[in-house]
Design a protein around this ligand. Structure first.
Ligand code: GUN
Length: 283
């Protein structure tokens, strides 16, 4: 059984990106990422802190706009307009979720698609659908990268994805289809989740529910990818998968922490550097 070490892969990728950034800096270009966070959601604060730290580590200029919970939609839209026009900012990321008085769709639509490093804008998601890429959504891209680096074949495999969020499950299903997998998308209404999961050569859980995937749901030798990031009462980070038992059945599995999470951040950094090239080629 192989532990799919996302932390190590992310570190290798950051080393590669660091040298790309040095080349850009020699040409007088510093990649810039602007992160907007509204309110005081503690999980969001941790995610944003990790993104900022990773930018610093490899030499991306980053700025965090921490906005009050009660900020109006108009004010937020004005800030996005300003960042869209800011030449030192190549990537804009609005941390989700937003407070309920702000329309998330409207905010995402306001981000210049060429600066949309999260790949949330409908234009960029449409490009994922068509396999005509600008950016790739960070978490699904991180998963694909783990599979590629560990030389896990996707073509013709039964891929079962539990969870259909716009951030992970849905775009990942598209990307797996583009790689010629046979894809099953499961959700909370799925009639017999266990039977669906047992068909998986590659099983991916992106739900956010501790202990959802138990050993009896996993086929012998399956590859298991755990996107869950759940905290228990003691504040310990746990995935969706019962790691201790499932790891005895699977051929390969991602740990939590140290699996998909670090790869998500590495992909954000990669998208930010890609945005510099997109900016240079804008018409
Ligand atoms: N909230 C949870 N995951 C993400 C993410 O990948 N990007 C943003 N912007 N918000 C999130």
């Amino acid at each position: 059984m192989i532990i799919l070490d996302g932390k190590k892969l992310a570190q290798d990728l950051k080393t590669e990106l660091k040298s790309e950034i040095l080349e850009l800096k020699n040409k007088g270009i510093v990649p810039g990422l602007s992160v907007i966070i509204v309110g005081n959601d503690s999980a969001s604060e941790i995610y944003v802190g990790n993104k900022e730290k990773a930018c610093k580590e490899i030499g991306i200029y980053s700025e965090v706009h921490g906005l009050e919970e009660k900020i109006s939609e108009e004010e937020l839209l004005m800030l996005i307009d300003k960042l869209n026009a800011d030449e030192k900012i190549h990537g804009i990321l609005v941390q989700l979720p937003l407070p309920s008085h702000i329309n998330e769709d409207k905010i995402i639509l306001a981000i210049d698609p060429k600066k949309d490093v999260d790949c949330f804008h409908p234009e960029n998601i449409g490009r994922v659908f068509l396999d005509n890429l600008r950016f790739l959504p960070c978490t699904p891209a991180g998963i694909m990268e783990i599979l590629k680096k560990y030389e896990i074949e996707i073509v013709g495999k039964n891929v079962v994805i539990v969870g259909r969020s716009n951030i992970v499950g849905k775009p990942l299903a598209l990307m797996m289809i583009n790689e010629s997998a046979t894809v099953t998308s499961c959700n909370s209404k799925t009639k017999n989740l266990k039977d669906e999961c047992l068909k998986a050569d590659i099983l991916i859980s992106a739900v956010g529910k501790t202990g959802l995937i138990t050993a009896d749901m996993v086929k012998q030798g399956a590859v298991v990818i755990d996107v869950g990031m759940n905290r228990n009462e003691e504040g310990k980070l746990l995935g969706d998968v019962d790691f201790a038992k499932v790891s005895k059945i699977s051929s390969a599995i991602t740990p939590v922490p140290g699996g998909v999470g670090p790869m998500t951040i590495a992909m954000l950094l990669k998208n930010t550097i890609k945005a510099v090239k997109i900016y240079a080629n804008r018409s």
